[in-house]
Each structure stands twice: as C-alpha cells, then as structure tokens.
Design a protein around this ligand. Structure first.
Ligand SMILES: Cc1ncc(COP(=O)(O)O)c(C=O)c1O
Length: 365
C-alpha cells in the first residue's frame, strides 16, 4: 500500500541506509576483479570459518571448531532454515515466544513441523513468561527459538530468564536456536549474554548470526551458524541442495569485516544511537504516544494504546492520512497489538520529517 503514495516516510524496513565500511566494499570488489567468483565449499571458505572462529574466541571467549562446528550461510535466514531442516521431523513442535520475528513461523511450517506460538495477551511489556513456555511444552516439542536482542522489542533477554530457559531446555531435552543477529547493536553498555554460556547448553544450542546488521551488509547475504558437529554436518549436506554456498565475493568481504570487527562497526553504532535518542525523545513528546528506550537493535516499539486504535488501524490511517509507513504490532503477536514498530534505518532528516507527520496525525485525530 505504501508504494501507492508519493513521498512516503517508510519506517518499516530492517534494512539500514548506512553503507558498509569502505575496506569491506573494497575487499568484495577485489575478490570479483581477481576471479574469486566461483563456488566455495558447501560450508563456506575455510579461511572465513577460521575468521569466525577467532572472532568468537576474541569477542565472546567461545571456542568453535572452524572445520566441524561452523557453517557459512546465505544470511541468517538460510542459517535458520537449514538449522530447522536439519533437526525437525514432520509434526515436531517448535516453541516461538512472542514478540517474534514472523519468518520463524513460516520456516517451521516449511519444514512440515508445527510452530507453537507462546503469546500471552495479558503481558503488556513485550516480553514472555517462562511459565507460559513450560505449559506449551509437549512430548512433540523439539526446539525453541529465541531472539535476543529482539526484533521488534529492542530488548535483551535477562540473565535470570536465560538461566530459567536453559533449565527448561535441559529438563525437557530441547534444542535452543538462538538468533543473535542484533547482538552487536547494543547501546549504553548493557550486558548481553548468550544462552550457550549457560551450564550444559553448548551441546543443545544452535547460534545464528550474520553480517547483515552488524556491518550493514544486508544485501551481501552472509550469515553463519555455530553448533555441535552433528548439526553442522547435516546443515552442510542440505546446503549442497539449497544454495551450494554463500556468494564467494561476499565471503571475502566478510573475512575483511570480521577480522577488524568493531573497528568497522563502531561508527554505525554511533549513528543508530543518535537516531534512537532522537526518536525516543520525539515520540515521548507526542501526546497519546509512549515508548520505552530500546536497549539494542534499530527498532522502536511505540505504545499506541491511548489512541484507542489497534495496531493495524493505526498503521493504515497513518499511511493514508500522513504518508508514514510503520509495522502494526500484531505482526509480532497478539500481545503487541497496542504497538507499532518503527525502524530507525532512515537518515536523521527523514526521521525528523516522519516525527513531524506522526505528531500531525495524532493532533488531527
Ligand atoms: C531477528 C532476525 N533474524 C534474522 C534476520 C535475517 O537476517 P539476514 O539478513 O542475515 O538473513 C532478520 C532480518 O531482519 C531479523 O530481524
């Protein structure tokens, strides 16, 4: 619908307008110009897997073996899909706590398994309840997918909740797929801890990550998965039939990106931090709207409950009347229907214009 209007401020995309660091682009161009344009091994270039392995030791203190415990994928999306394909049998159940990234549901369905969404409308603060998760576990439950920091909430799962999830996973023999694609976009020194670091979790955790958000490389399509050897081995066989490998020039660019890490991504974090502060301040100053400050990611959930509208109606009216596109919270679960999601993947000028239009929309309700 947004495409039917001219001059829309589009706050819907998780696709940042910030370009990757010049050295990363150069590495991709050099790869193309020097003929590094063929297939790689299904699991990805060994040099890239070694770089990922070193990166995790350096940044998280987590040792993963480059030969057996890492695969390079076509973005985190393909990593998630291959991981699910490799562990699920038809009719297995996968628990997905709300708010959730909608693709998880569809990917589980594509594996002929059943997504079990844990979404308690009584919970108003964009988090989930451990008791609700335990109640959803049956003898068919194979896995649970968590996303921390979360798209859309911008929150990090607390250490206490993470420990409780780990205890549940061990008690019920579940695999945890932990989607951590936003873990480099954390503000104000908030501490992030992966579930894989909880006691006894390494053997049952599949870590999903990518360069899309960390280095603003969405279209380069490089993701990776760290997991026990049996999972990576199954994923590698599936990769042969799905994509053969991730694009080779992008794999060379990824080696450059991950070998420098923060040196190339810190500038982006600064940009997003500035935009986040601008948006939070702007939304809080508009009557009837509220938000809490996201700890991470480039998403802000705006509380619209005082407008009396539900999220879909709010989004449609805002688009029709003032040409601002936002995502209705219902997309992420019923408990999010009092919210709309704004992505601060647009420049400051557009953010200011968007805020101006949202203010006008509210004032003329
Ligand atoms: C939570 C989450 N996981 C995975 C992805 C996919 O990332 P990639 O570009 O690496 O496939 C996204 C993209 O928006 C996301 O928000």
């Amino acid at each position: 619908m947004a495409k039917e209007y001219d001059n829309v401020i589009d706050f819907t995309l998780g696709d940042p307008d910030v370009p990757p660091h010049q050295a990363i682009k150069d590495a991709g161009c050099v790869a193309i110009q020097t003929g590094k344009t063929r297939y790689s091994q299904n699991a990805g270039l060994l040099d890239l897997r070694k770089t990922i392995s070193n990166y995790y030791v350096k940044t998280e203190g987590l040792p993963y073996d480059a030969f057996n415990e890492i695969i390079v994928t076509v973005g985190a999306m393909e990593g998630l899909y291959l991981a699910l394909l490799s562990i699920l049998n038809p009719n297995d159940e996968v628990i997905i706590p709300a708010p959730y990234y909608v693709n998880y549901v569809q990917m589980v369905q594509m594996c002929h398994a059943k997504p079990v969404i844990v979404d308690n409308p009584k919970i108003k603060d964009l988090s989930f309840n451990i008791n609700d998760i335990e109640k959803a576990i049956t003898d068919k439950t194979k896995a649970i997918i968590i996303n921390t920091p979360s798209n859309p909430s911008g929150r990090i799962i607390s250490i206490e909740k993470m420990d409780a999830l780990a205890t549940l996973a061990k008690k019920h023999d579940l695999i945890v797929i932990s989607d951590e694609v936003y873990k480099s976009l954390i503000y104000d020194g908030v501490i992030f801890r992966s579930i894989v670091t909880c006691d006894g979790m390494r053997e049952r955790t599949i870590l999903i990550n990518s360069l899309s958000k960390e280095f603003c490389m969405t279209g380069w399509r490089i993701g990776y998965v760290l997991a026990p050897e049996e999972v990576i081995s199954a994923m590698t066989k599936l990769q042969e039939n799905v994509a053969a490998c991730a694009p080779l020039p992008s794999q060379y660019a990824a080696i450059e990106a991950l070998s420098k890490g923060k040196e190339y991504s810190a500038g982006m974090l600064e940009i997003f931090l500035h935009r986040r502060n601008l948006l939070v301040e702007g939304i809080k100053s508009i009557s009837l709207l509220d938000c809490s400050c996201p700890e991470a990611t480039f998403y802000l959930m705006v509380d619209i409950s005082k407008t009396g509208m539900k999220s879909e109606q709010f989004a449609l009216e805002l688009l029709k009347r003032n040409q601002v596109a936002v995502v209705p919270g219902i997309t992420y679960g019923k408990s999010c229907d009092n919210y709309v999601r704004i992505a601060f993947t647009l420049n400051e000028e557009k953010i200011k214009e968007g805020l101006k239009r949202i203010r006008l929309f509210i004032e003329t309700l």
